[in-house]
Design a protein around this ligand. Structure first.
Ligand code: HEM
Length: 487
C-alpha cells in the first residue's frame, strides 16, 4: 500500500507541475480586462477573496473595477470575477443546456445565542422534512447530535488556508484516484487538520447510512408507504424506476449530507441575519409583528397561502436575501472555449471599449452574487442599504431591464439556470414559518457585543469573544437580547 501511495503522489505531482508550467507559458486571454495587482506571487489575490473578512474586498473590487474583473489566483492562474447580468445569464443557460443534453422558555430579557437556535431549528426542519429523522429534541439541555457537530465544524475546517490551497490544487485530479487510495493518502499524511476533516466526514457518512437504512426498513416493512419526506419519496421512486434509470444506493445515501448541507447553513444563517437586522430596526420588527398578529386572529397557525400573502414579511425576507446572500459568490469552470457577452461594456487597460470576453476552456470564473444584488445601476443609489419598503411598491424599471438570471425575484441569491438552488421555495417558507412563530411571542434587541459577519463559505455571525475552534477560527454565535412580547 505504501508503494501505491508513493506512486500516486508522484503521478499527481507530475500532473500538477505540467499544469502549472503551462500556466506560465500560455497566452493571457484576459490581459486587457482590468483588475487588481496580485497580492502575492504564490496565491495572487485569491486569499483576499475567500478569507473570512472578504466582504470589504468584494465591495472594493466592484467599486474600483466594475462588473468584470480579472484577478490572479494560485500560481498566477487567471480567474474572471463577474457580476454583469448578461454574462451571468449566459453562464447559467450554458450550464442548463449542457445538462439538458446529458440529462421558550428562556426569554425574560435574556441574552441568547440566536445563531445556535437557528441552526438547530433549521436542522430539525431538514431532518423531519428531508428524511423523517429527528436530529434534535430542541430542548435546552439536549445534547448536540454528532452529525450536527461535524456539519457545523466542517465549513470552518475546509476554509482553513492550507486546506483551501490543497483543495484548489488537487480537486481537478481527485477523480483519478479511487476513494480507497484517497483515504489511504490522508491517513498517511501527518496533517492533523485533514484528519479532523476525515473524522467529520466519517460521522456524517455513518449517520447518512443509518437514516437510509431506517427509510429502507420502514418502506420494506410496509409502514413507510405514507411517508412524504424527501428520502422516502426518492427511495420509492428509485425502486419503481426501470433498471437503466435506477441510481445506486450510495447516491441516495449521499443525498442526506448534500441536502442537509445545502439547506441548513444557508437557511439558518439567513434567518440569523433577518433576526439580527430586526433587532437593529425595532420599528420594522414591530411592523412585521403587527402584520403577523393581525393575520393570526384566532388561528393557531398560518397556512401556506396566508403566510405567502403577507407583504411586509415577504419584503423583509427578500430584502435580507438581496443585501446579504448567505453564499456571496459561487464558482464555475468553462468546459469549452466560449465568448461571454457583457450587458455593460468595460474599458480595457488599453482604453478600448470591450463588450464581450473570450473565456478559454478550463478557465475559472467567480460569480459574485452579492455584488449583482447590490449593483447601484440595477437597484438604485441606495442599493447597498437594507430597506424592506422597496419591495412594497413597483421595483425600478432598471431591475426588469437588467434581466438578472436568478431563479428568485431578480436576485442572484439562489443562483440561476440548470444548477440553481432546488430548495429556494422551501427555504423561503421555512424562514417565514419560523418568523411567524417567533415574532408574535419574542422581541429581539441588540446585545452589547459587536457582531462580526465572517465569510466561511457561508456568511456566519460571530463575536470577538466567541469560542475558538481547533483551527483557530471563531465559532459562529449571535448573542441577542430576547424578551417576551407584552400582551
Ligand atoms: C437561504 C437559503 C439558501 C440559499 C441562499 C441557497 C443558495 C444556493 C445557491 C447559490 C446554489 C448554487 C450553488 C452553486 O452553483 O455553486 C444552491 C444550490 C443548491 N441548493 Fe440551495 N440555498 C438555500 C437553501 C436550500 C435548501 C433549503 C435546500 C434543500 C432543501 C437547498 C438545496 C440545494 C441543492 C441540492 C443545490 C445544488 C443544486 C445543483 O447543483 O443542481 N438549498 N443553493
Amino acid at each position: 500500500m505504501f508503494a501505491v501511495i508513493q506512486l500516486t503522489l508522484i503521478v499527481l505531482g507530475a500532473r500538477l507541475a505540467w499544469r502549472l508550467s503551462n500556466r506560465f507559458l500560455s497566452k493571457d486571454h484576459w490581459g486587457a480586462v482590468p483588475g487588481p495587482a496580485p497580492e502575492s506571487w504564490l496565491t495572487g489575490s485569491l486569499l483576499k477573496l475567500v478569507s473570512q473578512d472578504a466582504a470589504q474586498y468584494h465591495e472594493k473590487l466592484a467599486r474600483e473595477f466594475g462588473r468584470v474583473v480579472k484577478f490572479t489566483g494560485l500560481f498566477k492562474e487567471n480567474i474572471l470575477y463577474v457580476y454583469d447580468p448578461k454574462a451571468l445569464y449566459h453562464i447559467f443557460v450554458k450550464t442548463r443546456n449542457a445538462l439538458l443534453q446529458q440529462l421558550n422558555k428562556n426569554a425574560g430579557e435574556k441574552e441568547l445565542d440566536v445563531a445556535s437556535w437557528m441552526t438547530r431549528t433549521m436542522l430539525e426542519f431538514t431532518g423531519q422534512s428531508g428524511f423523517g429523522y429527528s436530529f434534535d429534541s430542541l430542548t435546552e439541555d439536549s445534547e448536540e447530535h454528532p452529525f450536527v457537530t461535524s456539519l457545523k465544524g466542517f465549513m470552518c475546517a475546509i476554509s482553513d488556508t492550507p486546506v483551501v490551497v490543497a483543495r484548489l490544487l488537487l480537486s481537478p485530479y481527485a477523480h483519478l484516484v479511487s476513494p480507497k487510495t484517497q483515504r489511504a493518502i490522508i491517513d498517511f499524511l501527518p496533517w492533523k487538520q485533514m484528519h479532523r476533516i476525515r473524522d467529520m466526514v466519517d460521522v456524517m457518512h455513518n449517520t447518512s447510512l443509518d437514516i437510509f437504512e431506517a427509510t429502507k426498513r420502514s418502506a420494506n416493512e410496509g409502514d413507510g408507504l405514507g411517508r412524504k419526506d424527501i428520502m422516502s419519496v426518492l427511495f420509492k421512486a428509485n425502486n419503481a424506476a426501470s433498471d437503466q434509470d435506477k441510481i445506486p444506493e450510495s447516491e441516495l445515501v449521499a443525498q442526506v449530507s448534500t441536502i442537509t448541507f445545502a439547506a441548513m447553513d444557508t437557511t439558518s444563517n439567513a434567518m440569523s441575519r433577518i433576526v439580527f437586522l430586526l433587532s437593529q430596526h425595532p420599528d420594522i420588527q414591530e411592523k412585521v409583528r403587527a402584520e403577523l398578529c393581525d393575520a393570526f386572529q384566532d388561528e393557531e397557525e398560518l397556512d401556506y397561502e396566508v403566510l405567502s400573502s403577507l407583504p411586509y414579511l415577504d419584503a423583509v425576507v427578500k430584502e435580507t436575501l438581496r443585501v446579504h446572500p448567505p453564499l456571496p459568490f459561487i464558482n464555475r469552470e468553462a468546459v469549452r472555449d466560449a465568448v461571454l457577452p457583457l450587458q455593460k461594456p468595460i474599458t480595457s487597460r488599453k482604453g478600448e471599449i470591450v463588450d464581450s470576453i473570450f473565456v478559454p476552456k478550463g478557465s475559472k470564473i467567480m460569480l459574485s452574487l452579492s455584488n449583482c444584488n447590490t449593483d447601484t445601476e440595477i437597484w438604485g443609489p441606495d442599493a447597498g442599504e437594507w430597506k424592506p419598503e422597496r419591495w412594497l411598491s413597483p421595483l425600478r424599471s432598471s431591475v426588469q431591464e437588467a434581466h438578472v438570471p436568478g431563479v428568485y425575484s431578480n436576485l442572484m441569491t439562489f443562483s440561476g439556470g440548470g444548477r440553481a438552488c432546488i430548495g429556494f421555495k422551501v427555504s423561503k417558507l421555512e424562514m417565514k414559518v419560523l418568523l411567524s412563530v417567533l415574532l408574535p411571542t419574542f422581541k429581539f434587541a441588540p446585545s452589547d457585543k459587536r457582531i462580526i459577519w465572517e465569510w466561511n463559505a457561508v456568511v456566519q455571525p460571530t463575536t470577538e469573544d466567541a469560542k475558538v475552534a481547533a483551527n483557530g477560527a471563531r465559532e459562529p454565535e449571535l448573542p441577542l437580547k430576547v424578551a417576551l412580547v407584552q400582551a
